[in-house]
Design a binder for this molecule. Sequence first.
Ligand code: UP6
Length: 260
Amino acid sequence: RVSATFEARISTTNHPLARKLLEIMVAKKTNLCIAADVSTTKELITLADNVGPHVCIFKTHIDIISDFSDDTLKQLQGMATKHNFMLMEDRKFGDIGATVANQYSSGVYKIVEWADLVTVHALPGDGVIKGLVSAVNGRSRGCVLVAEMSSQGALTNTDYVKNSSKIAEDHTYFVMGFVAQGSVSDDPRFLLMTPGVQMEVLNDNLGQQYVTPHAAVMDKGADIIIVGRGITKAEDQVDAAVQYKEAAYNAYLERVKQLQ
Ligand code: UP6
């Protein structure tokens, strides 16, 4: 678990997007990322406007939006500016370099044009990183490496996690963190993002496993918690976002205090 404060880590990292993200987290006092798993543009933008003030990252699965158009992105980018959050497309790239370069820059979604961050499986080896980087073309972009999954029976064992960390260390100009269920690296410049977080529910019926925000941050060492249905399915999204934000941020303050 990293003991340094988010403020202190701003100067530890030389990744421009990690720095920007830490600055947002400090300014807005939030280490909450929303998993915006909704199916229409209207729901997506309403969610962004509702929870925008309370999140540092707005994580999308853009390919589940049924009425996707360029206007979806225009509105989403407007929300990112209005509420000062970063956009992360949870594409979980996992193919050879040449293919991911095309998936990143072409097709319907042209992800590289609008997503500050993307998620990437470490599985193919570091060619996946090199492929993505080849499509960046001078833009300010970064990725988060999925080192370990939250789902029951995930194949991401200890060796896989260790080897993911090695890939990240070799490509710190692009990789700025991990998606994982526990510490992947001692290097404080990497941000640990942890999904599988809900206040009360223990699992869904499709393999997802949950821990509380407090356990994610204190026990697993998450810097950022990723919450989807805990907020999107709540009766009051704003109220739920505030509760998750406060639980995660207070747990972070507690961790820093305990370890320093
Ligand atoms: N996600 C996981 N587990 C992982 C990696 N990613 O759940 O190991 C993503 C899912 C979903 C979100 O794709 O968008 O995090 C979790 O949503 P939930 O809070 O509704 O379960």
